[in-house]
Design a protein around this ligand. Structure first.
Ligand code: FAD
Length: 290
């Protein structure tokens, strides 16, 4: 199934993102998480591509395994980091041969120790180039990409970032998924600006329930997402009580999702960090409400 066909504001889909674990025990635990989330009937799940292009085989193997064993549509992420176009073509061929129909194409972050992104010789500098490459080759994937309601961390201005997003979408993207955000105002404003700029593909909000405050502070420092002052103060107050942090994180994300659904989003993508409880509580509450 092509994901573009399940992104519909009149029947929004929930989707779950995982990362490829480094060990066999981690993989077994992830597969249990997938099983626990399956009853929520996700429209699709996705598996990230490790920083530095380090998980090529594990990403391909995991999406193939999940799709075969559970029947859930599984999307592979793929980044340009460290790969020549021939290597990227090989990964895409493997995905195609395994029956994977959806790929999220990304540039990736600069490898550790580098501040700017430098492509390898024969590789790509921007996700847009990878999208164009996939469209020029003989593949029939449904293609997703990333977008940034608060602007990408490297960009000089949100206007430039939007211009680059438009070029990336025009190169052949079917939908985009946002970076995580904790304040819906950023998403609504972004969608409005994107539509004005002529970007007409579905823009799926990416939501990460906070379950560990230090971890979220680390992520937000890396990706530039703003934690609203009130939420930050509430988190500070309970940061030494793990259960209270989860309760607060789940409550905040549930309210975010309810507003997003009420205002007609095509789906919601959850950054699960390979754990099921918080996402189960949120989606359970949302489904109970309809
Ligand atoms: P691009 O779209 O190429 O943009 C990168 C930067 O370059 C932006 O600042 C943009 O404004 C600028 N730019 C783009 N085109 C041009 C141009 N023509 N001229 C000048 N500047 C330009 N990372 C991983 O390693 N693995 C993953 O699996 C992964 N999954 C992700 C999933 C989602 C939903 C999101 C939001 C992010 C994900 N990331 C992942 C992180 C992502 O790789 C980083 O945010 C990365 O820094 C940018 O990737 P991109 O595809 O958005 O890049």
């Amino acid at each position: 199934m092509k994901i573009r066909n399940c992104l519909n504001p009149s029947k929004p889909s929930f989707s779950f993102e995982f990362f490829p674990p480094k060990t066999d025990a981690g993989v077994a635990s992830l597969l249990r998480t997938v099983e626990e989330l399956a009853p929520l009937e996700p429209g699709f799940v996705s598996v990230t591509y490790g920083a530095g292009g380090s998980t090529r085989d594990r990403t391909v193997d995991l999406v193939t395994h999940i799709k075969e064993k559970t029947g859930i549509e599984a999307m592979a992420h793929l980044t340009c980091v460290g790969h020549t176009r021939d290597e990227l073509r090989d990964v895409l061929r493997r995905l195609d041969a395994a029956g994977i129909e959806n790929v999220l194409l990304l540039r990736g972050d600069p490898p550790q120790g580098q501040t700017t992104f430098e492509p390898v010789p024969g590789g790509f500098r921007y996700a847009e180039e990878l999208v164009r490459f996939v469209r020029e080759e003989d593949f029939n994937f449904c293609l997703g990409g990333a977008c940034y309601p608060e602007g990408h961390v490297e960009t000089a201005s949100r206007e430039d970032d939007l211009k680059h997003l438009k070029a990336k979408v025009d190169a052949g993207m079917d939908f985009v998924v946002t970076q995580l955000f904790f304040d819906n105002a950023f998403y609504f404003d972004f969608v409005e600006r994107a539509r004005r700029a002529g970007i007409n593909v579905p823009i799926v909000p990416g939501i990460m329930p906070i379950t560990n405050y230090e971890q979220v502070q680390r992520f937000t420092r890396m990706c530039g997402a703003t934690v609203p002052m009130r939420l930050a103060l509430q988190m500070e107050r309970v940061k030494d009580q793990p259960d209270a942090v989860v309760q607060l994180g789940v409550a905040h994300a549930t309210v975010q999702c309810m507003e997003l659904l009420a205002r007609g989003v095509p789906g919601i993508h959850f950054y699960t960090l390979n754990k099921s409880p918080a996402t189960r509580m949120i989606v359970g509450a949302l489904k109970g409400r309809s």
